[in-house]
Design a protein around this ligand. Structure first.
Ligand SMILES: N[C@@H](CCC[C@H](N)C(=O)O)C(=O)O
Length: 334
């Protein structure tokens, strides 16, 4: 998705910002309490630039839901005070960001904009419900007491669990018939079958083929996905380490390789679970008790947990950290 706001010529603008990350998927947050900072794609790309700007995988405008300016988002205003206006590093608009929801929640809490331990945030993919201090890891049942759940390092990070809402296979009939609905080719190797899932944003999950090392994949270029999704896709490469435990690397739409992707971790766990027979369709007829609902997902930037919930809902949990605050002067518009 790409937005195309008018870019009026004007004098340089000063913006307050906060830098944060969730398992090293990092974001520049821009508070916009009046809904009056319509960042253009080039301004977003500049803010996300690691050399000329602040640097991040994405930019998140923190704006009152009622002032979002997008009817489908403003419809959520009675349930969520704040809208996570998410943009990728290249300036394109995305519907959702799993790690971003936790960092967004951490910002709302720190600023006193949300005080309850549970609240909803508005996104382009609908309402997302957040629980503070919910690690979600194996052993704590998803209700970590001290706020430092699984994946939270000793750096002042707090754990959050977010219900990412409903997910679905993008092409259920094709996936049921073949176990896959796409082919993905990375570097110059052969194309591998993959599964497309919709987590509010698009994902294509690839099981690491035998003989290939996850660490050796060249993700400096976008993997070739066929059929080519019109809106692009995020591509996850998965290695199974044990029951309920996977490793993942991701090439994100609008960014490139990132050190973590929350919706991608959920897509990866759900794809592995589905391949194991855990889909509602019963894929290969394997008994459901052989299919776990709780996954540990290791990513280059840390660990998150994914929990499959009834009704095709899925919960993501992991840490969020706010690491810097500052003011920046945007380059003048031309
Ligand atoms: N890193 C995010 C996903 C961000 C959006 C994605 N690049 C897209 O374009 O869909 C996550 O944690 O989910």
């Amino acid at each position: 998705m790409t937005s195309d706001p008018t870019e009026p010529v004007g004098s340089p603008r000063r913006l307050d910002f906060t830098k944060g990350h969730g398992t090293e998927n990092d974001f520049v947050l821009v508070p916009d309490a009046q809904g009056s900072i319509p960042l253009t794609p080039s301004e977003v790309a500049w803010l996300a630039d690691r050399r000329a700007g602040i640097g991040g995988d994405g930019v998140i405008r923190v704006v009152p839901t009622a002032l979002a300016g997008e009817p489908a988002v403003m419809d959520q205003a009675s349930d969520a005070r704040w809208f996570m206006d998410y943009r990728n590093a290249d300036g394109s608009v995305a519907e959702m960001c799993g790690n971003g929801t936790r960092v967004f929640a951490a910002y709302l809490r720190r600023e006193g904009l949300e005080q309850d331990p549970e609240f909803a945030i508005a996104t382009r993919a609908g309402l997302k419900h957040v629980r503070v201090g919910a690690g979600g890891g194996h052993g704590d049942g998803g209700h970590g007491g001290d706020g430092r759940g699984a994946g939270a390092r000793e750096t002042g990070e707090t754990a959050y669990a977010v219900n990412l809402g409903p997910w679905r296979l993008s092409s259920p009939a094709e996936a049921a018939a073949q176990g896959s609905d796409a082919l993905v080719k990375v570097d110059d190797h052969e194309a591998v079958p993959a599964l497309s899932l919709d987590l509010g944003n698009p994902h294509t999950v690839v099981m690491l083929p035998a003989g290939r090392e996850l660490d050796e994949l060249d993700l400096t270029r976008a993997p070739f996905v066929q059929p080519t999704p019109l809106e692009g896709t995020n591509v996850e490469f998965v290695q199974v380490l044990g029951p309920g435990h996977i490793r993942m690397r991701v090439h994100e739409r609008g960014v490139g390789e990132t050190r973590s992707c929350g919706t991608g971790a959920a897509a990866a766990a759900l794809a592995v679970r589905w391949w194991a027979g855990g889909g509602d369709a019963g894929a290969d007829g394997a008994p459901r008790d052989q299919v776990t609902d709780l996954w540990r997902v290791d990513v280059p930037g840390g660990t998150v947990h994914v929990r499959a919930l009834p009704g095709d809902q899925v919960e993501l949990s992991g840490p969020a950290a706010l690491v810097a605050d500052g003011t920046v002067e945007l380059p003048p518009r031309h």
